[in-house]
Design a protein around this ligand. Structure first.
Ligand SMILES: CC(=O)N[C@H]1[C@@H](OP(=O)(O)O)O[C@H](CO)[C@@H](O)[C@@H]1O
Ligand SMILES: [Mg+2]
Length: 541
């Protein structure tokens, strides 16, 4: 079997020395201060090349972004051939390459992968990559390009993209010329595909008032503007927070209220993207001036309601719709889905890969995290049924056409803020609904998320889709005893996968009760076996 050219590896790797830090490929790939990432991204180039060779030269995607993190951070994620997140089993290989302390160790780590994974190094490697608008992106791309040279990968730089666009392009390249061809592999192809489908979906319906779209001063701003010409007069939008020149403004948004600098008014409809445009939330201001958030749970409910109706109107009875949530989904949303829409709901651990995987089990699987990341997956057999259906009345034919267009407007590879925006706008346009009418499906229970800084979050072990703790021993019983005292109370504790904290989620019948529950559990966790680190937060009870 061929081996790696060690001189080539040494000379390239010397340009990207590894700092002392330890790195881990987690839910969000590698993500941290940009200045620490040079060697990590260089080695990710090697990893992506190996992944491509392992998959017979299929195209692998690499996205350089730190999503909603501050501008000084950056990160990298590897995308598998059909646009999914890289297979979980490879995360430990990514971590091993990133942590090899010297060139020799790196050489050995590569060869360990080659032998244990039976990678044929003579196979070709094809990699495509893109980055968001962060200033550090350009230098990190150069590090990636050097990494790709180690194993002689063929590569294409797609420049500045949203994360979902890179996922889309990766899938297009790997399906080109097959019956599953996903589209033209370019940003332009992406705009054309989404715009054409959206136009079909809103044809003949009166236009809604303009959407006020906050792009978090991130890559969504230039890319959404690039898309506008393809939409013609099918959609009207006012873009705000579109300054990508001043990096300090990136992601200045805050939780559960309107972004800084945006004055909201009653009667308007708002949406916000995150920094790499794979998440979206909607909101509006009520007549009594309260801020109302329409989060991922609300989008999932709206989408499920609409798709169920459409399937029924199309006269198709063998397509089942299911919804996937995490424990962070508002309890009222789960009730609505189960009891009003009568759809099956699964709960899985946090992280898009778990939701995506579970959604594949349904004919049409709707999945969303409460924070706005999600999409709808149509199974191959559902698509076959939708494309074979003819309909025996004009109404059925219209519904079938809408279902087909819906499967085109929705990015099936990953949660996509653009796609999800067009999904919501489609439904609101078809129904002629204001955000307030949409919001009336159910009323969210008040909820609160609290972070507890602990000495060692790895001692927290969960089961039941992270809703119950098995360790530290006895803590779950203590949590349950507190929750019991609250009407509609629900609370769970889990270690974060992306931050060095433990998260406490609480919901209850009223706002004061919710806050009390969250701060009681926060205090309980902080004090339990002296788990807490630093000063005990004053609000903890
Ligand atoms: C409560 C919450 O919002 N958690 C986020 C956050 O995960 P944690 O494991 O909770 O840190 O980052 C993930 C990756 O971006 C995202 O998938 C998830 O929803
Ligand atoms: Mg993101």
């Amino acid at each position: 079997m061929a081996s790696v050219n060690i001189d080539n590896l040494n000379s390239l790797s010397n340009l990207h020395p590894k700092p002392e830090n330890t790195f881990a490929y987690g839910t969000a790939g590698f993500r941290m201060k940009a200045e620490l990432l040079d060697s990590v991204i260089f080695r990710t180039g090697i990893l992506a090349s190996l992944r491509s060779k392992k998959l017979d030269g299929k195209v692998i995607g690499v996205m350089i972004t730190a999503s909603h993190n501050p501008a000084a951070d950056n990160g990298v994620k590897v995308v598998d051939p059909l646009g999914e997140m890289m297979e979980g089993a490879w995360e430990s290989h990514a971590t091993a390459l990133a942590n090899a302390p010297s060139n020799e160790h790196l050489f050995d780590a590569i060869h360990t992968m080659v032998s244990t994974l039976k990678i044929d190094l003579t196979k070709p490697a094809n990699v495509v990559f893109g980055r968001d608008t962060r200033p550090s992106g350009e230098a990190l791309v150069a590090a990636l390009v050097d990494g790709l040279k180690v194993l002689g990968a063929q590569s294409t730089d797609y420049g500045i993209l949203t994360t979902p666009q890179l996922h889309y392009i990766t899938r297009c390249l790997n399906t080109a010329g097959t019956p599953e061809a996903y589209g033209e592999p370019s940003a332009e192809g992406y705009y054309k595909k989404l715009a054409a489908a959206f136009k079909i979906l809103v044809e003949g319906k009166p236009r809604l008032s303009p959407l006020i779209l906050d792009c978090a001063n991130g890559v969504g701003a230039p890319k959404f503007k690039e898309m506008l010409p393809y939409l013609g007069d099918s959609f009207s939008v006012k873009i705000v927070n579109d300054d990508v020149e001043d990096a300090s403004k990136l992601n200045l948004n805050t939780q559960q209220r309107a972004p800084i600098g945006l004055k909201t008014a009653a009667g308007e409809r708002y949406a916000s993207f995150d920094g790499d445009a794979d998440r979206i939330v909607y909101y509006y201001q009520d007549e009594d001036n309260t801020f109302k958030l329409l989060d991922g749970d609300k989008i999932a409910g709206l989408a499920a309601m609409y798709i169920i109706d459409l399937v029924k109107s199309a006269g198709i009875d063998d397509i089942s719709v299911g919804v996937v949530q995490t424990a962070y989904a508002n309890g009222a949303s789960t009730q609505y889905l189960r009891n009003t829409l009568n759809v099956p709901v699964s709960c899985v651990p946090t992280g898009v890969k778990h939701l995506h995987h579970e959604a594949l089990k349904y004919d049409v699987g709707v999945y969303f995290e409460a924070n706005g990341h999600g999409t709808v997956l149509f199974s191959p057999s559902a698509l076959k049924t939708i494309y074979a259906a003819e309909g025996s009345s004009p109404a059925q034919a219209v519904a079938i056409r809408s279902l087909r267009a819906l499967s085109e407007v929705i990015n099936q590879t990953v949660g996509d803020a653009f796609s999800d925006l067009f999904l919501v706008e489609t439904i609101l346009t078809q129904r002629q609904w204001s955000p307030k009418v949409w919001d009336q499906a159910y009323t969210d229970l008040p909820n609160r998320l609290v972070k507890v800084v602990v000495q060692d979050r790895s001692i927290f072990k969960t089961v039941d889709a992270e809703r119950k703790l098995t360790e530290p021993a006895g803590l779950q019983d203590a949590i349950d005893a507190i929750v019991l005292k609250f009407s509609h109370g629900r609370s769970f504790v889990r270690p974060s996968g992306t931050e060095d904290v433990v998260r406490v989620y609480a919901e209850a019948a009223t706002r004061p009760e919710t806050d009390e529950l969250a701060f009681r559990i926060g205090g309980l966790v902080f004090d339990y076996n002296s788990c807490g680190s630093g000063a005990r937060p004053r609000e903890f009870i």
